[in-house]
Structure formats: structure tokens, C-alpha cells
Design a protein around this ligand. Sequence first.
Ligand code: MEV
Length: 440
Amino acid sequence: MSTPSREEKNVRALPKGFRKLGQQERIEAARELYGGAEDEWMCTAGSPIQLDLAEVMTESSIGVLSLPLGIAQGFLIDGKIVDIPLATEEPSVIAACAFGAKIIRQGGGFTTWADEPVMTAQVFLEECDPESLKVVLDAEEKLKEHIAPCLERMTKRGGGYRGLDADFDKETTILKVEIHIDVRDAMGANLLNTIAETVKKPLEKLTGGKTLMGILTNEASRRMAGARFSLPIHLLPGSMEKTELARRICKAAEIACVDPSRGVTHNKGIMNGVTALALATGNDTRGLEAAVHAYACSEGYRGGHGGNSADRRYRALSRFTIQGENLIGEITMPLPFAAVGGAVGFHPTSRLALKILRNPDARRLSRIAAAVGLAQNFAALRALVSEGIQRGHMRLHASRLAFRSGARGKELSDLSEAIWKEGRYNLETAQKLLEKMREE
Ligand code: MEV
């Protein structure tokens, strides 16, 4: 029995071939079918250049989702002050990041590091003999010749071929071949995928196996980055006794290393900053997050409190300790950021974000990201183990209520202040306060 079409079922639908329509026609079709209020479509429409960008960056576009872009000011990273552009929908992220950075700056700022930007292309071959492993490893020079034309430009830029690995799985008879490439400042996805596809046939010839697929891996254990700060404990802010506050921060980080359910939230806080930086600069947030969370429960884990390399429990990416009079914060995580390629440098907002960051190369950007993650984490832990985070959050919640109640422009800050003072966070209160404000 054939499946009834939407028309047969009498369900209204977008026109057939929706994706082939012009953008305006698509918008009209979607408006007609789904309705939607004027402000909803106005915010989705963006500007003409945004609509054109949407059209070339994705299929079936009907507009843009614009997120707030802000600046977390004044990070001191390896002796240089840098402002950090962050794109996020979460109200407290930029405030927390900037607050953490300000305290850490008073103690001398962050020192950071990052690996060379090496990414890996993988090819999986089926029906291979165990000997195929050695055959491939012995044929490294030949395989290098096959991919050399793809790497000409990258090699000129100082990147290029960095090695080959292979692994044979007896049970499945699958041979995995990995080719490591230094992609310099690029995202490198296209290059790696081209390489994976270029070596498919030569590998089949060498091994007698059949290619199942070739693709880059987002696992980025060769692209680790880290940040560290050392803060005199007396500089910790807040009314709590300083040594006790430092002890509580360390304890909270320790719990995040032994209890995965806390580790997840702890790392989510770190990613509040890192993902916001990735979004602002046009980097691939999903690849980044997949790499980070895989690392947080990997054998090769280098950060966190304790645990041995065989322990694959999900753990915190950061670690806090007290050394003498100082609170030490450290973070280690894969941070495969790019400074060109894909949406990076193509989308005008990402170009602007890179300018704000003073045009870092990919490694410097990864180092900045590590500092951002650590600042965010430090600010969250400090608040959590002292006054809690709700106080600060409610202030920001007041602004949203002010917007929802109809306040615009200058009214927004006045009304949020009034809601905050009133201490009652609901729409009714906000509307009453707005009416009163307008009467006055
Ligand atoms: C909220 O977005 C992030 C925190 O939950 C992080 C944490 O709990 O460490 C505050």
C-alpha cells in the first residue's frame, strides 16, 4: 500500500519543490502556511545582506536567527590585553566571563598554550587481511605522493603532511587508515575530506579491501590547548572569608571530577564561553563540542583532579588547587579553532569578531578560547560556592521581563531596574510598573 500524500490526507503543506523557490517566495509560502506575528517575521528577515548570506550559506533559507553579540572586556592573556567577542543567547555569560577575567587580570592574567593545528583524515576499508596493516604502513611514501597535489598550497603556508597511522580490527576485518595534516589557520574540513577521498582507490589497490567511507575525524586530541592562572587568594571578591572561599572553589572542582552528573554542568559552564566565542568567529560549534565531550571521558585525559588514564568517567576539564597564598586555576581541552575557512572570515560578523580579537592565528585563537573557558568556569564556581548564581541571573531576567512587557529603548533599563528593586519577577508586575513609569 502506498503512503498517502499530504494532499490526500488533506494536510496543508509547503509547496512541492520548496527549496527550489526564490527566497522571497519561500518566505511568503512559509508565512502563509505557518502564520506568525509581524515582530517574529521582522526579526527573522534581518537586513538584505543577511538574507543574501543566508541564501548562500544554507539551503531553503527563510531568514536569519540573530543572536546577541557582546564583548567581554579586558582579558590579560600571555601579557596582552584582549577583548573577547561572544555570541550567546544566555544572559549571564558575558557578564560572568568579564567578571572572571577582571579578577584574574588583577593576579597577572592567564598563561596559555596550544598544540600545532594537526587534524586527521580517516579511511575505513572492509574485508581486509591482517597483513594489510603492514602493507599500508610500508607504503607511506607512495601514499604521500598521491596526496601531494592536494597539499601544495598548505605546505607552502607551513602546514601539510604530518604522518600516517593504521589500525586493523580482527573481529570486523576493518582497516582504519589515518592521515595527519597540519592545517595551519584553516578549518581544514574540505582539505581533509578531499585527502580521504583521494587515497581511497590507492588504499584499495594496496590492501585488496573495499572502502566503506573516508572523512575527517572531529576527535581532536592532537589539538589540545590550555590556560592557567595564579591568583593571590586575598584578591578573591565577595564577603566570604577568602581562604574558605578558595577551599570551596577547589572542592567544587574536585566534585566535578568524581561525579559525572556535576562534571557535565561544570563543563557546560566552560562551554558557555567557548561556544560563544566559536559562534562569534564563525567556527564549527558542533565539531568543537563533540571533541570536548569525547575528551572529557577519554583515556588520554590530562586535566582534572586525579583519576588515572584507564578511568573513562566523564570529568571536569578544569582543576583548581591552592598553592601557598594562591588559588591556581588550570584547564586543558581540545580546541580546534580556525582563523580562516568555512564561515570563519566569510561571514562579515566573524571578520569583525576576528578584528576585535586583533586577528589571531588559529593557535592564538585556541589559546584565547582556553582562557575564556577558564574565566567562565572560575566565575561560575566562585558564585556557586558563595552567594549562588540566582541573584545575578534575576537581574538579567528583569531585562527580559521589561522587553516582554512592551518597554523599548531607554525604558528597558529603567524598567528592569524598577523590577529588580520591586523584587517581583512576573509579567503583570512589569506591565504595572511600565504603566506607572509612562504616566510619570
Ligand atoms: C549556567 O549556564 C552555567 C553553570 O551552571 C555552570 C556551573 O554550574 O558550573 C552556572
